[in-house]
Ligand binder design. Structure first.
Ligand code: IYR
Length: 316
């Protein structure tokens, strides 16, 4: 089944493939993802947006939750500030290629309803503090002091799935524990659990586990060419290392997804230009036969090209 394999392509897990197959048989089906509004939409976001575009092409209706209340509970600012950022994020997601009929929903438009709130309370009664906190491990903003808000957050995310009536939920791997909480609990509330799809996390340009707007280790989808060059040039990229190398990861997700080869321009005295498939690139870089600077130059120029339509869309 080619639709199934396009959906699974590039994901870390589909829970469960059998359930996904059954969903594909439905005439009307909805997939959703939620994002805390963020000052900069970066390549980490783009990985999941690209998956939503795959799902849109596979016939899913797409709902994008602009999770303003979640961002608020995660200490990202006042609701007014967050809502303004949400508007900007909506344009960014469209710029990445989601079609006109994508539905954008502001979390606060339904998350204070009485029936929503009652569901949150019901879940609160059946979820242990330990599990709620664990589910937030890679999501919560600060680890110093833990606010009650931190354990309300995942419960609300579970109830979102119920309210948005989704067949499928997408998220980066850091969302998996919340998604598992949903799959264990929605049936108890009398609802069918959505299929969950998890995408890999992109390392930060500093080599840390996760690209994130709060850590200044991101490349924004609308960064200017000079900024992209500068950020890639400063990126963590140890010679000969292919694991956890953010520059090679960027090439994988954003260059080789669009084209078969990467052009690396080098002065004659350093061996001249190269045009490499992903396989050739990994082999050569892993063997220490390609200098990090040459890799960075090639990836930066190509990424600048790939992001050009996105920058143009956002400039108007
Ligand atoms: N937890 C997400 C934001 C989020 C996602 C979904 I799916 C929701 O229903 C609500 C919020 C994040 O970490 O960005």
């Amino acid at each position: 089944n080619s639709v199934l394999s396009t959906i699974e392509q590039g994901t870390l897990e589909v829970i469960t493939p059998e359930e996904l197959e059954a969903k594909l048989e439905k005439d009307e089906k909805t997939a959703y993802i939620g994002y805390e509004p963020s000052g900069k939409v970066h390549l980490g976001h783009a990985i999941t947006v690209k998956k939503m575009i795959d799902l849109q092409k596979a016939g899913f209706r797409i709902k994008i939750l602009l999770a303003d209340l979640h961002a608020y509970l995660n200490g990202k600012g006042s609701l007014e500030e967050i809502e303004e950022i949400a508007e900007y994020n909506k344009r960014c997601f469209r710029a990445l290629g989601l079609s006109e009929d994508t539905e954008f929903i502001l979390g606060s438009s339904f998350q204070t309803r009485e029936d929503y709130t009652m569901n949150v309370y019901q879940l609160a009664l059946s979820t242990t503090l330990t599990r709620a906190r664990r589910s937030m491990a890679q999501i919560t903003r600060s680890a110093e002091d833990h606010q009650v808000a931190e354990v309300i957050y995942p419960l609300m995310q579970v109830v979102d799935m119920l309210f948005l009536e989704v067949d499928l939920a997408v998220g980066g791997m850091e969302q998996r524990k919340i998604h598992m909480l949903a799959r264990d609990n929605l049936p108890k509330l009398g609802f069918q659990s959505p299929v969950c799809i998890h995408t890999p996390l992109l390392h930060g340009t500093d080599g840390s586990d996760k690209m994130s707007s709060s850590k200044e280790n991101f490349i924004a989808i609308d960064d200017e060419p000079a900024m992209i060059r500068e950020k890639i040039k400063k990126s963590y990229c140890p010679a000969g290392e292919v694991e956890g190398n953010p520059v090679l990861e960027i090439a994988h997700h954003f260059i080789f997804s669009e084209m078969d080869t990467l052009l690396i321009e080098r002065p004659e005295k350093f061996g001249g230009d190269l045009e490499l498939s992903q396989e050739e690139l990994l082999k050569m870089y892993g063997a220490g036969d390609l200098h990090p600077l040459d890799l960075k130059n090639g990836v930066a120029e190509c990424l600048i090209q790939v992001l050009e339509p996105v920058r143009n869309y956002l400039q108007i």
